[in-house]
Design a protein around this ligand. Structure first.
Ligand SMILES: Nc1nc2c(ncn2[C@@H]2O[C@@H]3COP(=O)(O)O[C@H]4[C@@H](O)[C@H](n5cnc6c(=O)[nH]c(N)nc65)O[C@@H]4COP(=O)(O)O[C@H]3[C@H]2O)c(=O)[nH]1
Length: 721
């Protein structure tokens, strides 16, 4: 401070000296304070620090040196300039004063001009010093604030779960990285600051520089990129990087926010796999198979390849599932799919369409022979049994084949045609393959047409029951009839069940129709009971689906109750295969009905694969020998022996035996000779209408029925009434 009203403290034990100096200074505008001892001076300084001190050296108690030393040692007073005033003229006293910390000295007698000059200069210096000190303090404060800001920023940066990196575009090196970046990449901060992103696999330097320039030039303000980085240990990490360019002086800094998306990518991969692959076999599922087929077809059209689509369906898989359980069923599907894969080349595709259905895509350069070769390979591969959880299982497959471009050019139609051809293979007896033909398409359309017509037939009650008599061989009398359904299809006449039962089975409509048959048969039994026909047993055919999807016991019980008929007048005919479906449930239902008195018979016996021991679990009253064994019974020794074995076995198990499809007197004679209980067949009567049957029954009743002699010729005359 150079202003004249600066405060100057004059310290001198001689009050006269103080006055004198004050008098010298006041005209210059300075304010003066006087202290007559060192101690008084210190106390004044503490309460009101002066801008300058004129200090006498030689004072009692505390001399000028001591006081100077005290003031200079204290930071709050150290910058107050001190001018030593001394009467001593020797150099050493002056030097001692300067050594103690005084800035200047004046010798008595004091030269006024010299004093003003020294005071003015020292005050100027002090003002500058004060300014510097204030400025430094401000700077210090600013630095402290910035440091605190930086610390907070650093903490925030390090606390984020994303890695943050700053890359100098000029050097392509990292200039800053946060703790997450170090953890994520496995480097220390110091190591990272010595390298750049190209060292960790973010891209070749040139390519990266091009990308950064794109960000800098504002092609994209924020740029998002998915890529892989390499950790220090060499492992790969999947990341997503947001990039942003930040100017720093003349340079550009590329700020990168890096997120580890390894888990997300893995989840996406799993989701994709789940959506496109069958979890059991690991094969492409229907969706992916379609996609692959579409791609193959596009390529095939360009390259003029031939593409074959094979639809493969395991035969009788349901039996394995039902008899050995789902675990074994699953094992079989896995093993089966493995064998399919081994039958094709790497470039071919195998997919699982669902259940026991698989499909193959084969690309071929020549003709369809390749498809035949693969179909035969599959059949051969299945010759070897499967060993599944201790069970030896042998299965076959039915295969449908369709070709691009011969049959169709789009994926959906090709698969549909392959499926159609597969059904043909099934109908041809399974364990075979069929190529799709145009005729099959016609058949499929006809079948769809039939399905539509059958739904209408149910609504319009177009079904009718025919009845075929069963004759008891000991008496020659009709002891029962089998109800056989007919469809009086408008415009087509009477349709045989052979044509429409399979369609009813495939569509599940058999459940509704089956329950209609039971109700109608029971109504007929009741009508006959009330008429002169009397009590007559009717047997009805029951489909396996009526056990599984329908309410067979409910249907039977309500039909019996509603018509108030004795249960033994109703017989259920089941095929062996229908009994193999959901065995435990089937047995429970049959036991319940058997207890009521309903009769149970096995139809088409001998065609299934079940052993008699297995069948003994079911409450069976009667076995019906299949027509296939009866047909050649008189001239095929095997068939004759088989029929005989069935008769003996059934009798041994206290069951009755009936032979179906008896057409000739020879067949009748053989069966009668070997004590078959009943016969049914054209020899006696084909299935007939109710009216025709009633006529037959009433006339037979009128006819005396003598016990038949054990002679086939008299049997003939007795039966052909
Ligand atoms: N060659 C020859 N055939 C004879 C002779 N005697 C009878 N048949 C025929 O053999 C079939 C016997 O019936 P199925 O084995 O139960 O075979 C039946 C049965 O499996 C099924 N079916 C018929 N009605 C029903 C029904 O109401 N429900 C169910 N689920 N299936 C039925 O349709 C099949 C065919 O029935 P249909 O065409 O009526 O054919 C009947 C009958 O007309 C003969 O001496 N020689």
């Amino acid at each position: 401070m150079t202003s004249p009203n600066a405060t100057i403290l004059i310290v001198d034990d001689e009050p006269q000296n103080c006055k004198l100096l004050s008098a010298m200074l006041k005209p210059e505008g300075y304010l003066t304070i006087c202290a007559n001892s060192g101690l008084q001076a210190l106390s004044l300084i503490a309460s009101n620090p002066p801008d300058l001190i004129l200090l006498d050296i030689m004072m009692p108690e505390m001399d000028g040196y001591q006081m100077t030393a005290i003031l200079k040692a204290d930071p709050s007073t150290a910058n107050i300039p001190i001018i030593m005033v001394t009467a001593l003229s020797d150099q050493s006293a002056c030097l001692a004063g300067l050594k103690a910390g005084a800035e200047e000295f004046l010798s008595k007698p004091i030269d006024r001009t010299e004093m003003w000059l020294r005071i003015r200069n020292l005050l100027r210096l002090k003002a500058f010093d004060d300014f510097l000190q204030n400025h430094n303090a401000l700077l210090e404060q600013q630095i402290q604030e910035r440091t605190a800001d930086l610390k907070r920023f650093r903490l925030a940066m390090d606390a984020t779960t994303d890695a943050i990196t700053l890359v100098d575009r000029a050097t392509m090196h990292y200039v800053e990285v946060n703790a997450t970046a170090c953890n994520m990449l496995g480097y220390t901060r110091e190591e990272l600051l010595k390298i750049g992103p190209s060292h960790i696999g973010a891209g070749a330097p040139k390519e990266l520089a091009r990308e950064y320039d794109g960000v800098i030039n504002g092609h994209s303000k924020f740029e998002l990129k998915e890529t892989q980085l390499r950790r220090k240990d060499g492992s790969e990490i999947q990341v997503e990087i947001y990039r942003h360019a930040q100017r720093s002086g003349n340079e550009w800094i590329i700020v990168g926010v890096i997120r580890d998306i390894t888990e997300r990518k893995e989840a996406e991969r799993r989701m994709h796999h789940l959506a496109h692959y069958d979890p059991l076999t690991g094969l492409p599922n229907r969706t992916l198979f379609y996609e692959m087929l579409r791609k193959t077809l596009t390529q095939a059209i360009e390259s003029k390849w031939l593409v074959a689509v094979l639809f493969v369906d395991m035969d009788h898989f349901k039996n394995v599932n039902d008899t050995l359980g789902h675990m074994v069923g699953d094992e079989l599907l896995i093993e089966f799919s493995n064998r399919l894969v081994q039958c094709v080349r790497i470039r071919d595709t195998v997919g699982r369409m669902g259940g026991d259905e698989f499909a193959l895509i084969l690309t071929m350069e020549d003709d369809e022979l390749g498809a035949t070769v693969v179909a035969n390979k599959i059949r051969d591969a299945l010759r070897e049994p499967f060993y599944l959880s201790g069970n030896e299982v042998t299965v076959t497959a039915s295969i449908g084949i369709t070709l691009h471009p011969n049959d169709a050019s789009d994926a959906q139609t090709l698969l549909k045609y392959a499926d159609t051809a597969m059904y043909r293979a099934k109908h041809a007896g399974r364990d075979t393959y069929r190529f799709f033909t145009a005729q099959m398409n016609v058949d499929v359309l006809a079948r769809l047409e039939m399905e539509k017509a059958l739904r209408k037939a149910i609504e319009n009650e177009e079904f009718e029951l025919y009845y075929q008599p069963k004759v008891y061989l000991k008496t020659g009398r009709i002891t029962g009839v089998e109800a056989l359904i007919r469809w009086n299809r408008p415009g087509h006449g009477m349709v045989s069940p052979q044509f429409f039962i399979p369609v009813l089975e495939d569509t599940g409509l058999i459940v509704r129709v089956g329950s209609w048959v039971i109700a109608t048969a029971c109504k007929q039994i009741a009508l006959w009971r009330q008429s002169s026909v009397g009590a007559l047993q009717i047997s009805v055919n029951v489909s396996g689906q009526q056990f599984v999807e329908g309410d067979l016991d409910g249907d039977v019980i309500s039909a019996l109750t509603e018509n108030d008929i004795p249960p033994h007048l109703l017989e259920l005919e089941l095929t062996e295969s229908s009994m193999m479906v959901n065995t435990e449930r089937t047995i429970a239902i049959l036991d319940k009905l058997k207890k009521l008195g309903v009769q149970i018979s096995i139809d088409d016996f001998g065609t299934g694969y079940s052993s008699l021991a297995y069948l003994r679990r079911f409450p069976i009253d009667k076995l019906k020998i299949d027509i296939a064994f009866i047909r050649d019974i008189t001239h095929n020794a095997d068939d004759a022996a088989l029929a005989l074995t069935i008769i003996r076995m059934a009798h041994g198990l206290k069951m009755e035996v009936i032979a179906e499809g008896v057409e000739t007197i020879g067949q009748l004679a053989y069966l009668r000779h070997y004590r078959c209980d009943h016969i049914q067949g054209y020899y006696f009567s084909p299935p007939v209408t109710v009216t025709e049957l009633e006529k037959m029954l009433l006339s037979a009743k009128r006819m005396a029925a003598p016990a038949l002699p054990w002679n086939m010729y008299t049997v003939q005359s007795a039966l052909s009434v």
